[in-house]
Every structure is written in structure tokens, then in C-alpha cells.
Design a protein around this ligand. Structure first.
Ligand code: BGC
Length: 462
């Protein structure tokens, strides 16, 4: 695909943020220069990470942030979403603050601002300080207060230069993969016993939101959201399963914020959903309701849901491959279906569900993994990623045209990085990273996205 302005690029609203995203544990490295997190300990356990790797060095962004800021500047983005590592700023999770940690993010933020790029930090992208996990992690209510203390430290230091803050990244995925199924850190397989880890994250978000708003800052929560469909429309069991899955994946993290109540999780009672009721104390939902100024949406793919079978552990749903309902749908290297229209369906579905309570949205992640490698000339030809982004951006434009108040789009990811339990085997970057040397090579998709952004800024060249 050529790097010229893509054909018929739709226009987005003035001031729309064009960005790219990363997260601390996935790119920073510099592990000896911060406190330990749950991901350090988890990755060191044999068999946890597909290629036996860790995030100890990753992209070495901690030592190469100036080079990475230059990559962002050349890309032409107006915003960069990164995360601050709680264990880099507060190494034990509470108490002592690290000057070196604060200085690192100071340099990063100042470099971004000098390059004309808005810093959009996420306070927490899954790298919980290990000492807090040893005291119960997100199963412990106290973690919510410690998170608010950490938010206070961050906003005191950076609030003069950072307007928009994302509190948490994807509390559903963190709860489900980290505490229910045990495939992410901290590796707990508690099934519905994980539900309090969801509630305590929402409480942490709400308490941090109060801190950030007190400082006059704007607050987002980033959720992983997916449009859900039953495997067979005419099957009552599949339809009930789809509702139950939607309640857990999407609504458990949106309803409390937008409606002030949890959705009906009665379908989970047989699997023991009781712990959630015990975790929610009087007043919690009042704190949580209305605690965002905008919603961060991470969209990767829709989900097909079927009635559960005997092997589904008492859960009220099963997740068959998307292609069981939609044969022939292309998939990414991760095996995730590529369905750009799902982004339109998701956003318009949110408006149907929440009406005027739906705040402005930012797409805070969207992207695809490929098995990328430079060819003999050093070029990384990732045409599928270009067409993935093209399709999703056009679906987003359609959603905007239908009245959705979308204010930004962040490509996941600026560069290849530590893809959690997959280690370095799944590459999501616009920039290729050689993990032996740290060398960065912009892929074709980098040039494609630069042209797309330049096409948007036709009248105001930066
Ligand atoms: C996470 C990212 C991750 C991406 C691709 C999102 O769930 O926020 O950290 O790399 O998906 O798996």
C-alpha cells in the first residue's frame, strides 16, 4: 500500500486527537530501576509466558524515550497514550516515592510537549507493585485507597502539564485473565471469586478520579469492550448466554459508572457470584457513578457466545470461535477476527444502551498482531495492518457521522512490545523492534498512518 494520503479519507471533527499507545510494563524495561511488579514475579514462573521471556528489558524505552518521542513526532501524532508504572513511582506500592521514577516521567512528558504531543498517561496498566499483591492485590479493598494516594503523587508532580488522565486500563481483562482464569499476573484462577477484584478496581478508579478532579484534571477510564452476539439467533440458550457474557464483560464496568448500579449477574449465581455482593459496601456506587469525563474504549473484535456445556466450569456461557457464526472472517496472527464494522456496532450500541449518559469517547486502543520481520532491504511490509486501520478508522468515521461524540483514536501500538502471556511472539507495533538489539524500524503501517494523519490536518500543517 502506498504511503500517500489514503483515498477518500473521511473528515474527523476539529481537535480530534490522533495518537498511538503503549504501556509501561510492555515497553519500558529498566526493571532494576524500579520496584517489582506482579508481572515480574509471574513471568519468572516457568511455563507462564509463551516464549519464556520477561518484561525486564522489553523495548528498553526507559533508556530510549528520547528516540521514541522522536518516532512519535515524525509520525505526526497529536497525543501519546503511555502508562506510568506504579512500582516506578511508589516502589513498594505505598509510602516512599522514587525521585528517579518521577524524573523519568518528567523527562518523557517534557519531551512530548516540546514535540507538540499531548501526554495522555494511564495510571495503571496491570503492573501492580508486588508488595501489594502479597497483601491481597485487587482482592483487598485497601488497594483502592493506596491507588488514590499514588494518583495524588502523580497529579501533584505532573498535573501542571497533563490535562487528561486515564485511571485504569481494562479492569475486566485484568480481573478475568489475572484473577478468574489465571493466565495473566497474578495468576489466580478464582472463577467468580475474582469479582471483588473488579469492584475494587472500580472503587480505586473512583477514588483516583476524585483526586484528579480536585486538581482540575479530566478523567477517563479505559475499558475493553466487545459487541456480543449469540451463536444462533433463534436459540434461547445462546441468547441468554450472550446476555450473561455482555453483563460481565461490558456492563459490569460501565453500568456502575454510567447508571450507578451493577447489572444483573444472577446468571453467575450457580458459579458462586456472591463475593461481589459482599464486596460492595454502602456508598461505593455513589462514589463510582459519574466518575468519568470521557470513556476510553479499547476495541479489538466482537464476540460470539453460546450456551455453556459441561466443561464450562459452571459459567453461564461458552465462547466458540467467531468463525462458527461468521465463516471466512479473516483473523490476525493472534487468531482474533478482523471486523471493522464491530467498532461502529459497539459505539452505536453504547448510545442505545446509555443514551445521554454516554460521555464522549476516545478509542484508546485498536490494532492487530502480525508476524512481522524486516525483509532483505530492511522494509517491514505490513499491508494487512494498513487495511486493518483503514477499515476501523472508516467505521469510526461512520459512527461519528451518526452522532457519536468520538474525540480521539490511539493506535495499539506505537511499537512491538512484551505481549503479556504471549511474550514477544505477537507484534502489534507500527514500528518493528528487534528485541536482541533494540533497533527500531518503522513499518509500512507507520508511513500509512502518518499519511492518514497528514490528510486530516490538511489545513493546519504541523
Ligand atoms: C491491552 C494491551 C494489549 C492489547 C493486545 C489490550 O487488552 O490493554 O496491553 O497489548 O490488548 O493484546
Amino acid at each position: 500500500m502506498s504511503a500517500g494520503v489514503p483515498e477518500g479519507v473521511p473528515e474527523f471533527p476539529p481537535g480530534f486527537l490522533w495518537g498511538a499507545a503503549t504501556s509501561s510494563h510492555q515497553v519500558e524495561g529498566g526493571a532494576d530501576e524500579r520496584g517489582r511488579s506482579v508481572w515480574d514475579a509471574f513471568a519468572e514462573e516457568p511455563g507462564r509466558i509463551a516464549d519464556g521471556s520477561t518484561g525486564a528489558v522489553a523495548c528498553d524505552h526507559y533508556h530510549r524515550s528520547a528516540e521514541d518521542t522522536e518516532l512519535l513526532r515524525r509520525l505526526g501524532v497529536s497525543a501519546y497514550r503511555f502508562s506510568m508504572a506504579w512500582p516506578r513511582i511508589v516502589p513498594e506500592g505505598r509510602g516512599r516515592v522514587s525521585t528517579a521514577g518521577l524524573d523519568f516521567y518528567d523527562r518523557l512528558i517534557d519531551g512530548l510537549l516540546e514535540a507538540g504531543i499531548e501526554p495522555v498517561p494511564t495510571l495503571y496498566h496491570w503492573d501492580l507493585p508486588l508488595p501489594l499483591e502479597e497483601r491481597g492485590g485487587w482482592l483487598a479493598r485497601r488497594t483502592a485507597d493506596l491507588f488514590a494516594d499514588y494518583a495524588q503523587v502523580a497529579v501533584d508532580r505532573f498535573g501542571d502539564r497533563v490535562l487528561r488522565w486515564i485511571t485504569l486500563n481494562e479492569p475486566f481483562i485484568h480481573m478475568a485473565l489475572g484473577y478468574a482464569f489465571g493466565v495473566h499476573a497474578p495468576g489466580k484462577a478464582l472463577m467468580t471469586g475474582a469479582l471483588p477484584a473488579g469492584h475494587h478496581q472500580l472503587l480505586a478508579h473512583a477514588r483516583a478520579s476524585a483526586v484528579l478532579r480536585e486538581a482540575g484534571r479530566r478523567v477517563l477510564l479505559t475499558d475493553n469492550l466487545t459487541p456480543v452476539e449469540p451463536l444462533r439467533d433463534e436459540d434461547d440458550g445462546d441468547r441468554a448466554a450472550a446476555d450473561a457474557y455482555d453483563a460481565l464483560h461490558n456492563r459490569m464496568f460501565l453500568d456502575p459508572i454510567l447508571l450507578g448500579a451493577y447489572p444483573d449477574l444472577g446468571a453467575y449465581a450457580a458459579a458462586g457470584a456472591g463475593p461481589l455482593e459482599e464486596a460492595v459496601l454502602p456508598g461505593d456506587l455513589d462514589e463510582i457513578e459519574g466518575s468519568v469525563d470521557a470513556l476510553g474504549v479499547n476495541y479489538y473484535n466482537p464476540t460470539v457466545v453460546a450456551a455453556p456445556g459441561p466443561d464450562d466450569g459452571g459459567l453461564p456461557f461458552a465462547l466458540p470461535p467467531y468463525t462458527d457464526r461468521h465463516p471466512g472472517t479473516p483473523t490476525t496472527a493472534f487468531g482474533w477476527p478482523v471486523v471493522p464494522r464491530g467498532l461502529y456496532d459497539l459505539l452505536t450500541g453504547l448510545r442505545r444502551s446509555y443514551g445521554d449518559r454516554l460521555p464522549p469517547v476516545f478509542i484508546t486502543e485498536n490494532g492487530c498482531s502480525r508476524d512481522d520481520a524486516p525483509d532483505d532491504e530492511g522494509r517491514v511490509a505490513d499491508a494487512e495492518r494498513c487495511s486493518y486501520m483503514d477499515g476501523h478508522l472508516r467505521a469510526l468515521a461512520d459512527a461519528v457521522a451518526s452522532g457519536i461524540d468520538a474525540r480521539g483514536y490511539f493506535a495499539w501500538s506505537l511499537m512491538d512490545n512484551f505481549e503479556w502471556a504471549e511474550g514477544y511472539t505477537q507484534r502489534f507495533g507500527l514500528v518493528h523492534v528487534d528485541f536482541d538489539t533494540g533497533e527500531r524500524t518503522p513499518k509500512d503501517s507507520y508511513a500509512w498512518y502518518r499519511a492518514w494523519i497528514a490528510g486530516q490536518n490538511r489545513d493546519s500543517p504541523r
